[in-house]
Design a protein around this ligand. Structure first.
Ligand code: MRU
Length: 316
């Protein structure tokens, strides 16, 4: 398992990230010397995943403070780097009163600790011999350490409850095939990468017991934005009578967003889909709360209706 500081850390003159664009073929560190460099690393997915971009942004602000840069400008460039994951704004709000390196490191450590706690709660949802399906990458790489949905898989594996993991390759940027597969290989958890479109037939064949994903933003009513394709899985899960579990820290819960319709969805460069033809590239979709069997945060397992339970978790 990757150490948190290997994924993202603050040095006196740089925020250093493991460049996720090159994984799993190359393990190369990218040194970001300004907040604008960190924003570019977030935008281009060198560092990605909702909690991890929050942590990177916190370090970016601390770097700007150490350099004596304009903090309002640094906050703006970081905040506007990606629109969907609310952890980015959450982390910058947390840093506003105290943009010190120590504060950013504490925020990072707390996010990893939240992952461990929610993973333990999520593992309670697994029965013996579970064959889970996951989408995108919600592992240590995406959270700055341990992982949310992948953390749940680690905890279930350690409890002897997990048999096998199906990993959606996650088009167009293959976070599943490149990053989740790499992390599960390192943990020696049995897994197989599948084409996203293979999920339905595996469910129909009775080879999937549950679907476990992370989240980029959870609205007050439980509607959840996550990597494009999660909504398709939710509809498929409903049809096949399978539970979809969302595992995410309270830093991903956005009580100021009433429902999924108000979540901004990032549209990325169509060239990530194809450079030969006209294309469209929404990077996230929204799964309506009624399609989610449970949302798991570090506070515990939340069941519908989610409003009161999520609000209490954020306040805890
Ligand atoms: O575009 P990405 O790779 O940043 O998208 C990431 C996801 O959608 C993850 O599933 C989500 O951030 C949860 S990570 C714990």
């Amino acid at each position: 398992m990757l150490e948190p500081e290997r994924i993202v850390r603050l040095e006196p003159d740089a925020v250093v990230v493991l460049d996720q664009r090159l994984l799993p073929l190359e393990e190369v560190e990218l040194r970001c010397r300004t907040a604008a460099d960190v924003a570019e690393a977030i935008k281009t997915l060198a560092v990605r995943g909702a909690p991890a971009i929050g942590v990177a942004a916190a370090y970016g602000l601390a770097l700007a403070a150490a350099r004596g840069d304009d903090l309002a400008e640094a906050d703006h460039v970081l905040r506007s780097s990606r629109p969907t994951a609310v952890n980015l704004a959450w982390a910058l709000d947390e840093m506003a009163g105290d943009p010190s390196a120590e504060h950013a490191r504490t925020l990072h450590a707390e996010e990893v600790e939240r992952c461990r706690r929610m993973a333990a709660h999520a593992a309670e949802l697994f029965g013996p011999g579970t064959r889970a399906l996951t989408h995108c990458n919600a592992g240590g790489l995406a959270t700055g350490g341990y992982g949310s949905a992948v953390g749940a898989l680690y905890a279930a594996w350690e409890a002897g409850l997990l048999q096998h993991v199906w990993i959606d390759e996650t088009r167009p940027l293959l976070q599943g095939a490149r990053l989740t597969a790499w992390e599960l290989e390192q943990a020696a958890i049995p897994h197989a990468v599948i084409a996203d479109s293979a999920a339905a037939s595996l469910m129909a064949a009775g080879e999937v017991d549950c679907i476990v994903t992370g989240a980029d933003r959870i609205a007050a009513n439980g509607d959840t934005a996550n990597k494009i394709g999660t909504y398709s899985l939710a509809v498929l899960a409903k049809h096949h009578g399978l539970p979809l579990y969302i595992v995410a820290p309270t830093s991903t819960v956005d009580l100021r967003t009433a429902d999924g319709g108000a979540i901004p969805i990032e549209e990325r460069d169509p060239g990530e889909v194809t450079t030969r033809f006209s294309a469209r590239n929404p990077a996230f979709d929204v799964t309506p709360a009624p399609l989610i069997a449970a949302i798991v945060t570090e506070v515990g397992v939340h069941r519908a209706p989610y409003e009161a339970s999520l609000a209490a978790a954020v306040a805890a």
